[in-house]
Design a protein around this ligand. Structure first.
Ligand SMILES: NC(=O)c1ccc[n+]([C@@H]2O[C@H](COP(=O)([O-])OP(=O)(O)OC[C@H]3O[C@@H](n4cnc5c(N)ncnc54)[C@H](O)[C@@H]3O)[C@@H](O)[C@H]2O)c1
Length: 334
């Protein structure tokens, strides 16, 4: 049996516990949270030990892999300590709140010779795999560019109830680092490495409630000069399925949540990859299960993770550039 420990028993931990419960050779041995009620409940449900201090969890000999499911500002510190303690680490997104933190996480994994991966589970969605496959065949010709659109709904209560959110120090940003980072990562995954041409950040609906941004837009460019428009906002009235459009020399792909439309020389195909979810929210996608299963399969086989630290680091790099550079604001002269 592989022993697992889960640090952070909040909203996302249910997806991790559910995924692990489906793996016959992985057992949750300990769960950790500073919140006494949450850790007690999780420990009872998982038939695992309850630990209040994460240092005690990563020290245990019966734990081989640690799931880091805590607020963003703790990702680097806990992941690095767990790697140094000889554990494999599956860290929820983002890979740190800065490039400096992400680089330190990557270096710690290399030094320890242990697996580190970041939870960009949407890469495991059926539609994502299909898009990657079609791009790989080259049947639609060269990728010319595209757009991605995330319109979700996070109101004041979401931030007030969970004070680590909405603060630069603890969340590291808001809609980009937390909600839309998945879509930014997907665009990188499908289009290859991207360069930031310009970005704007603003707080419209949540101004005065959060110190971070509730809306971001970016213009990105791929290595061939393809152009990508990226827009994300937490000011939506509901959580719309993520939309992505890719234009090719000989066709196009349009993703609407789990539904994919492909237009090419052979005609138009409509494919629906929707799945009924046993746990979590539909806009988190269906990827946690396959992602976590693959993490353990690769550890068992001595293989590197599918999402390597070097790869995930580039998503943090792009994100950090958007937060710290390239702000372009035009105002009409009076
Ligand atoms: N992959 C996804 O789709 C997805 C979706 C939601 C959240 N997340 C990520 O999961 C992480 C957690 O988010 P959440 O929504 O579950 O947040 P949450 O606030 O519901 O849960 C975080 C938990 O961490 C605990 N915690 C805080 N400090 C701790 C410490 N020092 N030691 C142990 N526990 C501590 C809190 O008490 C809380 O229970 C974040 O990184 C978030 O971005 C990922």
């Amino acid at each position: 049996m592989i022993g697992a420990g889960v640090i952070g028993c909040g909203m996302i931990s249910g997806n991790h516990f559910h995924a692990i419960s489906r793996l016959p050779d992985v057992a949750v041995r300990a769960v950790c949270d500073i919140d006494a009620e949450k850790v007690k409940k999780a420990a009872e449900e998982q038939h695992a030990d309850a630990v209040r201090d994460w240092h005690d969890l990563i020290r245990r000999d019966d734990i081989d892999a640690v799931h880091v499911c805590v607020p963003h500002f703790l990702h680097a510190e806990i992941s690095i300590a767990a790697l140094e303690a000889g554990k494999h680490v599956l860290c929820e997104k983002p890979m740190g709140v800065s490039v400096r933190e992400a680089e330190a996480m990557k270096a710690a994994a290399e030094k320890a010779g242990k697996t580190l991966t970041i939870c960009f589970q949407n890469r495991y969605n059926g539609a994502t795999a299909r898009m990657k496959e079609i791009i790989g065949t080259g049947s639609l010709g060269r990728l010319l560019g595209g757009s991605a659109f995330v319109a979700w709904n996070r109101g004041g209560a979401y931030y007030i109830d969970s004070p680590w959110r909405g603060a630069w120090k603890t969340e590291g940003g808001s809609v980009l680092i937390n909600q839309a980072i998945h879509t930014l990562d997907l665009l990188r995954y499908l289009a290859g490495d991207l360069r930031l041409k310009g970005s704007t950040m603003s707080a419209k609906r949540l101004s005065g409630i959060i110190e971070t941004e509730d809306t971001v837009d970016m213009l990105l460019e791929d290595a061939e000069g393809g152009r990508y428009l990226f827009y994300a906002s937490n000011c939506g009235v509901c959580n719309l399925p993520v939309q992505m459009h890719l234009s090719f020399e000989k066709g196009e792909m349009h993703l609407d949540g789990a539904r994919l439309t492909v237009k090419g020389p052979e005609g138009t195909a409509f494919e629906d990859y929707s799945t009924a979810l046993a746990v979590g929210k539909d806009y988190w996608g269906s990827g946690h299960g396959p992602f976590i299963e693959d993490f353990y399969r690769r550890i068992g086989a001595g293989l590197p993770p599918f999402i390597t630290p070097a790869d995930a680091l580039e998503t943090t790099r792009l994100m950090e550039q958007a937060y710290t550079r390239e702000m372009i604001v035009r105002r009409r002269p009076e």
